[in-house]
Design a protein around this ligand. Structure first.
Ligand code: PAF
Length: 279
């Protein structure tokens, strides 16, 4: 695997290599787990060249402590990427990505005002800025994102369509541990006890399937919050049942053709997100 730290070096390398070949791109912030690996596998199946990036993007963290605590495991990540035949790794430092202060402002309307957007002001603008910059550098044909960050996926799809970028966003299933906990770089920060109760998040999400048409979406949200609040260590930040495309809340189950339930939970000091596409 070739590793680049500067924009100019990866650009000129890809320019030579490209030559009619397709490029699949997997952007990450490192601390790679099986979820990321599955994205690289998929990119490998569908493209001639696979590029992965590792960059802990400071401008998408609205809390300094969260940025400081974000796990950084670059040596282990490089070994994992090498093993699964990633061709190119782009691992720039902050000055390389942001030599000047960032003023770009995106407007994603309602998509950025709810759930993660409401609780993490500026988060999605930071994501959009870095992803657009990475797309400009790599010029991929396809880019791969996990459904675990459902709202992020919708925002990036919106950015690609509104800027008419000539590329495809590929959404990939959330990978889960055997007990249902969604794989996340943050899981390593859970204590043994927190880790043992964390699977309740997916259990509750999954149980919502039985509530469809039995109770209203608002009642289902309240039911889910009540279940999760039974664990004193869990603080539900939001639990929202929304249209899968517009993320608008729904009054009844037939309000939208597809409905998703999304949640963010603070478990001890760790913030976990998860979701389920109900139909
Ligand atoms: O999902 C992530 O890991 C990050 O938000 C991304 C897309 C790599 C942008 O920093």
């Amino acid at each position: 695997m070739k590793i680049f730290k500067t924009i100019s070096s990866i650009r000129s390398y890809l320019q030579e290599l490209r030559n009619g070949k397709s490029i699949g791109f997997v952007p990450t912030m490192g601390a790679l787990h099986q979820g990321h690996i599955s994205l690289v596998h998929r990119a490998n199946l569908e493209n001639d060249i696979v590029v992965c990036s590792i960059f802990v993007n400071p401008i998408q963290f609205n809390k300094k402590e969260d940025l400081a605590k974000y796990p950084r495991t670059i040596e282990k990540d490089i070994i994992k990427l090498d093993e699964i035949e990633c061709d190119v790794l782009f691992a720039p430092d902050v000055d390389e990505m942001y030599p000047e202060p960032v003023f770009d402002k995106y407007d994603f309307g309602h998509l950025e005002k709810v759930m993660e957007g409401q609780h993490r002001p500026g988060h999605f603008n930071g994501v959009a800025v870095v992803v657009k910059k990475l797309f400009d550098v790599i010029e991929p044909h396809k880019a791969y994102f996990g459904l675990k960050d459902y709202q992020q996926l919708k925002i990036i799809e919106k950015m690609v369509s509104s800027l008419s970028l000539d590329m495809q966003i590929v959404s990939c299933p959330t990978l889960r541990e055997k007990d249902g906990l969604a794989m996340s770089s943050r899981n390593v920060r859970l204590s043994k006890y927190e880790r043992s109760i964390a699977p309740a998040i997916f259990r509750v999400l999954n149980s919502l399937k039985e509530k469809i048409n039995q109770i209203t979406p608002a009642e289902a949200e309240n039911w889910a919050i009540k279940q999760l609040n039974k664990f004193v260590e869990m603080k539900v930040e939001y639990f929202s049942i929304v249209g899968a495309d517009d993320l608008l809340s729904v009054k009844s189950w037939d309000d939208r053709p597809h409905i998703v339930a999304c949640t963010a939970i603070n478990l001890g000091k760790v913030r976990l997100i998860d979701n389920i596409i109900l139909f």
